[in-house]
Design a protein around this ligand. Structure first.
Ligand SMILES: *[C@@H]1O[C@H](CO)[C@@H](O)[C@H](O)[C@H]1NC(C)=O
Ligand SMILES: *[C@@H]1O[C@H](CO)[C@@H](O)[C@H](O)[C@H]1NC(C)=O
Ligand SMILES: *[C@@H]1O[C@H](CO)[C@@H](O)[C@H](O)[C@H]1NC(C)=O
Ligand SMILES: *[C@@H]1O[C@H](CO)[C@@H](O)[C@H](O)[C@H]1NC(C)=O
Ligand SMILES: *[C@@H]1O[C@H](CO)[C@@H](O)[C@H](O)[C@H]1NC(C)=O
Ligand SMILES: [Cu+2]
Length: 617
């Protein structure tokens, strides 16, 4: 199972005044100089006589100010209120313990240090994984395994995999290593050394377990190539290009971390654990290049962490053809142009294309595209006729089994619909049997609204019952008296297939429902817990929600889990065509009427001979 978390802060459309745009935004990610300062302050505090300080920075990020502080700063934008003091939150590993350190930048001081006593370990750093993946190459039993298989060690690569927890009393901070034979090919994941694996203790940085179960030939490299530069003709169907020319330039502006486009203004942050983070609201900040801290605390730059572009794919924002009026044909069409903020997260073999699409209508579409390379296991089979056992997968190429697996993606949606106090409403579509004898109709359906009082009322498995799920501000109404809100339009939903007492499912119990609502709590941000590695599932959304707190007319967080059960097919070899899913957050009685009624289509949006696209400017 793979889990990804997103943080999304949402406050629709407040505008930035010029004064407020000058201050740094309180949710700006840490700058390189702030990251350096974190390193300096912490290393100084932990400096011992030995000079060699074995402290590693597992996580360094912004310690967010409390929400009321952010709100008062945002609402005082015409005054010159200084931003709240900048602070950092650090998880460090030191002497086999996880330290939680909070630092204050203005005073350059550590304001709190706590030793984490719970289960699980902090996120793994790139650096320690890189070091761990090199360990087999100096490990004699591994060299022997390669020799036994006649493989040249200089053509072997190793990669790291987290281990999870299967009920052990005591755990160590370990990870698993699996290796691949490249020998000239580039698609390493398609060429596993099946049966060979090592376990590394990261605190000791040494191999503590090794197994070489059986010799299965490495799948051949034929057919695994995906680099166009290495391929020979014939190529696939020839595609005619469509060029994107924006005669008047692009329509968005970026100032520091703030993006303005059409009727949207939002703040775009970055966090190494969350990926993109957004506050749809106000202005400010640095460029959208992102930085994170390396395990030695030095800033590491991620170039082009986001790409931002306007998209027009021939979609229609709205249209109507009217032929009912004598001697007149009305044909009104508006083109749907949107702004996409894209981040791609490559997790080893897989690539997740994460899009946030903002529409002038006020909708936000969130899409995740899965592509990249499957995780496979090697086998002796070259045809399904030979298979007499359950292989837990699909034979996708000679000697190559694409294993069955799941992808779950949980979005943290801290929706503040025109203010913090919100409620979660299930508008249930219910069948009513007609008792009235005067009509031949036997049934109709109607909407019965149910406001969730506590957390247990808000756990929803989508698809079991038709309902619209709306986050409303019960204190704000439209002129007509409807409660303003935004609703969740679900896309691909999945329900877990593991039994609930299976260890991976205990750890991933937040997938038991597609939708949860919790009261906002700054320390309940990661659905799988802050210490996911080797977690025991005791700090997950599913556990917090057991407190069954009140959520009506409160600052609430909506959690949405989407996903895919992936049954691989031959088309997924050697690289997988993108499989997409997502959902939409859509204004629902938020505006007084269609907010894009008077939005004109840009002049250049004409698709020849496509009458559905016709418009009159
Ligand atoms: C730090 O680690 C090195 C090698 O891993 C070890 O030799 C050294 O004793 C450690 N120093 C401290 C202060 O723990
Ligand atoms: C192993 O591969 C390296 C690099 O390609 C090559 O120089 C070396 O000769 C190979 N060794 C054997 C025993 O084939
Ligand atoms: C490595 O690649 C070479 C050239 O394609 C091939 O001759 C050789 O058999 C390969 N070795 C192994 C062990 O697959
Ligand atoms: C916030 O969440 C933490 C972690 O679940 C919990 O210990 C704490 O009691 C919560 N605070 C409130 C006010 O509920
Ligand atoms: C549009 O249709 C006309 C008439 O059918 C045809 O001549 C023209 O080539 C078409 N244009 C395009 C771009 O397909
Ligand atoms: Cu998959």
């Amino acid at each position: 199972m793979k889990f990804i978390f997103f943080s999304l802060f949402f406050l629709p459309m407040l505008l930035c005044s010029s004064v407020e745009c000058i201050h740094p935004h309180p949710l700006d990610p840490l700058t390189p100089s702030e990251l350096n300062l974190v390193r300096t302050i912490i290393l100084k505090a932990y400096q011992t006589s030995t000079k060699h300080i074995n402290l590693t920075f597992q996580y360094v990020g912004l310690h967010e100010p409390d929400k009321p502080v952010i709100h008062s700063w945002l609402s005082s934008k015409t005054k010159t209120l200084p931003p709240p003091p900048r602070q950092a939150f650090v998880i460090a590993r030191f002497q086999k313990q996880s330290l939680e350190i909070t630092l204050d930048f203005p005073t350059r001081s550590i304001i709190s240090t706590e030793i984490y006593k719970g289960h699980g370990y902090p996120m793994l750093t790139f650096d320690e994984q890189a070091v761990a993946s090199q360990l087999p190459f100096t490990y004699e039993p591994f060299k022997h395994s390669l020799k036994k298989r006649g493989l040249n060690i200089s053509h072997v690569l190793c990669s790291t995999f987290t281990i999870g927890w299967f009920g052990e009393e005591n755990t160590k901070r370990t990870l698993k290593i699996k290796c691949y034979y490249i020998n000239g090919s580039a698609n390493l994941y398609m060429r596993p050394l099946e049966g060979v694996s090592a376990v590394v203790d990261l605190d000791e940085m040494k191999i503590v377990a090794y197994s070489d179960k059986h010799v299965i030939p490495v799948p051949k490299d034929e057919g695994t190539e995906y680099r166009v530069s290495k391929m020979k003709p014939p190529f696939g169907p020839k595609l005619k290009g469509i060029s994107v020319i924006q005669h008047d330039g692009h329509g968005f502006t970026i100032q520091d971390h703030s993006v303005s486009w059409a009727n949207w203004v939002f703040h775009l942050g970055f966090d190494i654990q969350a990926g993109p983070k957004s506050l749809f609201h106000t202005k400010t900040q640095r460029r959208n290049d992102a930085y994170y801290s390396g395990s030695d605390g030095t800033p590491v730059k991620i170039s082009n962490a986001f790409c931002i572009f306007e998209k027009y794919a021939g979609d229609i924002m709205w249209r109507h053809t009217e032929i009912g009026i004598p001697n007149e044909v009305i044909n009104e069409v508006r083109s749907d142009v949107s702004l996409v903020v894209r981040a791609v997260s490559t997790v080893g073999n897989y690539d997740y294309v994460i899009d946030w699409e903002f529409k002038p209508s006020g909708s936000i579409k969130l899409t995740v595209g899965l592509t990249g390379i499957l995780e496979v296991k090697a086998a002796t089979y070259t045809n399904t006729d030979q298979i007499k056992e359950d292989i837990y997968g699909t034979l996708i190429a000679d000697n190559t089994i694409g294993v069955y697996h799941d992808h779950f993606l949980t979005y943290y949606l801290d929706l503040d619909i025109d203010g913090e106090a919100n409620s979660f409403v299930k508008a249930n579509l219910e069948t009513v049997r007609v008792k009235d004898q005067k009509t031949p109709r036997k049934s109709y359906w109607t909407v019965v609204k149910e406001t969730a009082k506590t957390e247990s009322d808000a756990r929803v498995n989508i698809g079991l019952k038709p309902s619209e799920l709306v986050v409303v501000n019960p204190n704000k109404k439209t002129k007509l008296g409807n409660t303003i809100g935004y609703r969740l339009v679900p896309g691909s939903v999945v329900h877990p297939l593991m039994v609930s007492d299976d260890y991976p499912q205990i750890r991933g119990a937040f997938t038991n429902y597609n939708v949860w609502v919790t009261p906002f709590n700054k320390s309940e941000k990661w659905a799988g817990g802050l210490y996911v590695d080797h977690s025991r599932g005791d700090d997950t959304l599913a556990v917090w929600s057991l407190r069954d707190r009140e959520i009506e007319n409160k600052d609430i967080v909506l959690w949405y889990t989407m996903g895919f059960h992936h049954v691989p097919s031959q088309e997924d070899f050697p690289v997988m065509p993108t499989l997409s899913g997502g959902f939409e957050l859509r204004p629902t009685n938020f505006f007084e009427s269609n907010p894009v009624l008077k939005t004109k289509s840009p002049a250049s949006m004409h698709f020849p001979n496509c009458t559905s696209q016709h418009y009159y400017d």
